[in-house]
Design a protein around this ligand. Structure first.
Ligand code: GUN
Length: 292
């Protein structure tokens, strides 16, 4: 069994990005600028946004955090977004999800200009990704593709089972794995909450991608011996013995599943760090105006 080291791969990508920022500076150009918009005080979202801002600093990007209070109106948020769309000093920005329930997530995503949508959530980017046209690809699926590439994991002709159909991970992941690209060309099955014979299907997976959001949902009896298992879950579970009062658990019962796999990602230290590296990559693409 090979443990996929997302931390190491992410660090090497970030080194390359930092070198490109230096090249920009040497050419007298400004660094990439990422803005993160956070509405409210959800602790997990605060952590994610803080990590993104810190990663920007590490590679030499300019970054700005716009932290809005929980009762910010939808109109006010849309105004902030219009300002970011118009600001030529902002290369890309993200609006951290989930948003408070009084704000329409869809309206907000559609208000982000596709050329600055480094999360790849706008229908224009999703559509272009489906059609294999240049697009911002959302960070977590993009990060998983880079892990598969780094470890030279064969995907062509393999059966890839994605469990979970979220717009952020499962759905784009299933599209990317099926596309006719060097990492891709898999036969893909997308499973979700209405899937009836889940275990029967996961047992046929050469590559199993768990993006359900339920701790230890994938157990050893669901995994084909020799499978590649990618765990996207970052579930906060109450734990009095941990300093923060919670521990992070993946969607995969790692300890029992690992013995059956050829490759597996740990939680933390697997997919998570790759998400940040992908966001930085997209922001660099935005600065260099490569997609649009
Ligand atoms: N919430 C969970 N994942 C993400 C992400 O990749 N981007 C944003 N904006 N919000 C998220």
């Amino acid at each position: 069994m090979i443990l996929i080291d997302g931390k190491k791969v992410s660090a090497s990508i970030q080194e390359k990005i930092a070198a490109e920022v230096k090249e920009l500076a040497n050419a007298g150009e400004r660094p990439p600028h990422l803005v993160a918009v956070l509405v409210g005080d959800d602790p997990a979202s605060q952590t994610y946004v803080r990590n993104k801002i810190n990663a920007c600093k590490k590679v030499g990007f300019k970054s700005t955090l716009i932290h809005l209070e929980p009762y910010t109106s939808e109109a006010k948020l849309l105004q902030v977004i219009a300002g970011l769309n118009a600001d030529s000093e902002v290369d890309g920005y993200i609006v951290q999800l989930p948003l408070p329930s009084h704000i329409s997530q869809q309206k907000v995503i559609e208000a982000i200009h596709p050329s600055k949508d480094v999360d790849g959530f706008h229908p224009m980017n999703v559509g272009r990704m489906v059609l294999n046209l240049p697009a911002y690809v959302s960070a977590t699926p993009y990060g998983i593709m880079q892990l598969l590439e780094h470890y030279r994991i064969e995907t062509s002709g393999k059966h890839c089972v994605v469990v979970g159909r979220s717009h952020i991970v499962g759905s784009p992941m299933s599209i990317l794995m099926a596309r006719n690209t060097p990492i891709g060309n898999a036969t893909v099955t997308l499973c979700h909450s209405k899937t009836q014979n889940l275990k029967e299907i996961t047992l046929t997976a050469d590559i199993l991608i768990a993006a359900i959001g339920r701790p230890w949902f994938i157990t050893a009896d669901m995994v084909k011996p020799g499978a590649v298992v990618i765990d996207v879950g970052i579930n906060r579970v109450d734990d009095n013995t941990s300093p923060g009062g919670y521990k992070l658990m993946g969607d995969v019962d790692f300890e029992n599943v690992k013995a059956r796999c050829s490759y597996i990602t740990p939680v933390p230290g697997g997919v998570g760090p790759m998400t940040i590296a992908s966001l930085l990559k997209n922001t660099l693409l935005a600065r260099k105006k490569i997609i649009y």
